[in-house]
Design a binder for this molecule. Structure first.
Ligand code: FAD
Length: 379
C-alpha cells in the first residue's frame, strides 16, 4: 500500500497549484461577482495540458490518467470552483463518454480537440421531469432515412453555451424503460439545436449552466454513441467517473475553506489573543482538517482504482458523498470562525459555501449516493 503521489504526479500538483494560486485565485471573486466565464483561464489550462491528463496519447492526451487529473481538479477548485466545474464537466462527463464508448472515428474526431482544449464538451442528461430518475428521459430519437430526428430538451447543463460538442441521452425504443435509452454526439452547429440564456445561480456563478433544446434536430446515423439501447448503461459508468471529479471539486472547496479559516484564526485577536488560541476554534479546525484528509483519501483511492481499470461504483459514490458533505461543513465552519466578517462578500468564505452546496446536488444528490451505496451493500 502506497499513500504517496509519484514524482511526476507531485510535479503536476505543484504546477497546477502554482498556476491556480497565482493566476486564478486573485480573480476568482471578480469572476463570481460578474458571473463571467473564465475564457482566458481555460486557454491557459489548455496550454498547461490540463485537459489532456486523463486521455491516452493516441487521442491527444498525456496518458497520465485519472489520479493526476483529480489532483488538478482539486487545485483548480481550491482557487475557483466555477472554473473547477467547467473543467470537471468538460473531461469527466463531456469527453469521457466519447473516449469510453466512441468508435475509432468518433474518438479521433472529438477526443483530440477536447484533450487539447480546442473545444469544450458537455453532457446533457437531466431533463425538467427526469433528474434523479434519469431513466425517465422524455427526449426522443427516431431513425428516418439514415438520420436521427431528435426532439426534446435538457436542463441544468454545465458548459452548454460554450461547448463545441455535447453528448445527450434520448429514448430510441419507447416502452422499454432504461433499455430504450441511447446516447448521441451533438456537434454545436447542428440545425434544430439551440441553447437558452444561462441560469442565474446561487453559486458557481462564473460557470455556464443552461438549457438545451432539440427541435426536429437531425443527426447523421453514425452520431449514435455506442450501441442502440445501451445509453443508460453507459451513463452509469460515466457517472462513476464524474462522481470522483465532483469529490475532487468538493475537496478543493473544503481545503480553501480550511486555509482561509486557519489564516484568519491566527490573525484575528479577541480578549487579547489570537482566536486560534481558543479551544473552541482549535477543535473546529482540527475537525475540518481531519474530514478533509479522510475525503482526500477516499477521492484519491477511487481515482486510483479507476486507473487500475477496476469498478468504482461504490467508492465513487462514497467519495462524492463524503467529500461534498465535508465541503459544506467546512465552508459553514469557516464562516463561523470569521464571525460577522464571514457573512460579508468582502471575504471568500461565503462564496465557498454557495459553491459547495452544488456538490451535494450535481451528478446525483446525497440521497441518491446513499441509495447507490446501499444497493452496493446488497440492501
Ligand atoms: C449547477 C448545476 C449544474 C449541473 N450540471 C449538469 C450537467 O452538466 N449535466 C446534467 O445532465 N445535469 C446537470 N445538473 C443536474 C443535476 O445532476 C440534477 O439537478 C440532480 O441530479 C438532481 O436532479 P433534480 O434537480 O431533478 O432533483 P430531483 O430528482 O427532483 O430531486 C429532488 C429531491 O428529491 C430527492 N430524491 C429524488 N429521488 C429520490 C429517491 N429515490 N430517494 C430519496 N430521495 C430522492 C433528491 O435527493 C432531492 O433532494 C446540474 C445541476 C446544477 C444545479
Amino acid at each position: 500500500m502506497n499513500f504517496s503521489l509519484s514524482e511526476s504526479q507531485l510535479l503536476i500538483q505543484k504546477t497546477v497549484r502554482d498556476f491556480a494560486q497565482n493566476e486564478l485565485a486573485p480573480i476568482a471573486a471578480d469572476l463570481d461577482k460578474e458571473a463571467r466565464f473564465p475564457h482566458e483561464i481555460i486557454k491557459q489550462m489548455a496550454e498547461l495540458d490540463l485537459f489532456a491528463l486523463p486521455y491516452s496519447e493516441e487521442y491527444g492526451g498525456t496518458g497520465d490518467g485519472c489520479l493526476p487529473y483529480v489532483v488538478a481538479v482539486e487545485e483548480i477548485s481550491r482557487a475557483c470552483a466555477s472554473t473547477g466545474i467547467t473543467y470537471a464537466a468538460h473531461c469527466s462527463i463531456g469527453t469521457d463518454p466519447i473516449y469510453l464508448f466512441g468508435t475509432e472515428k468518433q474518438k479521433q474526431k472529438w477526443v483530440g480537440p477536447c484533450a487539447r482544449g480546442e473545444m469544450l464538451a458537455a453532457f446533457g442528461l437531466t431533463e425538467p421531469n427526469a433528474g434523479s430518475d434519469a431513466g425517465g428521459t422524455k427526449t426522443t430519437a427516431v431513425l428516418k432515412n439514415s438520420e436521427w430526428l431528435i426532439n426534446g430538451s435538457k436542463c441544468f447543463i454545465t458548459n452548454a453555451t460554450h461547448a463545441g460538442v455535447i453528448v445527450i441521452s434520448a429514448v430510441t425504443e419507447p416502452g422499454q424503460g432504461t433499455k430504450g435509452i441511447s446516447s448521441f454526439i451533438v456537434p454545436r452547429d447542428t440545425a434544430g439545436f439551440s441553447v437558452s440564456e444561462p441560469y442565474d445561480k446561487l453559486g458557481l456563478k462564473a460557470s455556464d449552466t443552461a438549457e438545451l433544446y432539440f427541435d426536429d434536430m437531425r443527426l447523421p446515423e453514425d452520431n449514435l454513441l455506442g450501441k442502440r439501447g445501451e445509453g443508460f448503461k453507459q451513463l452509469l459508468k460515466v457517472l462513476d467517473g464524474g462522481r470522483i471529479s465532483i469529490g475532487a471539486l468538493a475537496l478543493g472547496i473544503a481545503q480553501a475553506s480550511f486555509d482561509a479559516a486557519l489564516a484568519y484564526a491566527r490573525e484575528r485577536r479577541q480578549f487579547g489573543q489570537p482566536i486560534s488560541k481558543f479551544q473552541a476554534i482549535q477543535f473546529k479546525l482540527a475537525d475540518m482538517a481531519t474530514s478533509i484528509e479522510m475525503a482526500r483519501m477516499a477521492v484519491y483511492r477511487a481515482a486510483w482504482l479507476k486507473d487500475q481499470g477496476r469498478a468504482t461504483t461504490r467508492e465513487s459514490s462514497m467519495a462524492k458523498l463524503y467529500a461534498s458533505e465535508t465541503a459544506v461543513k467546512a465552508a459553514l465552519e469557516a464562516i463561523q470562525i470569521f464571525g460577522g466578517y464571514g457573512y460579508m462578500k468582502e471575504y471568500p468564505v461565503e462564496r465557498y459555501l454557495r459553491d459547495a452546496k452544488l456538490m451535494e446536488i450535481g451528478e446525483g444528490t446525497s440521497e441518491i449516493q446513499r441509495l447507490v451505496i446501499a444497493r452496493q451493500l446488497g440492501c
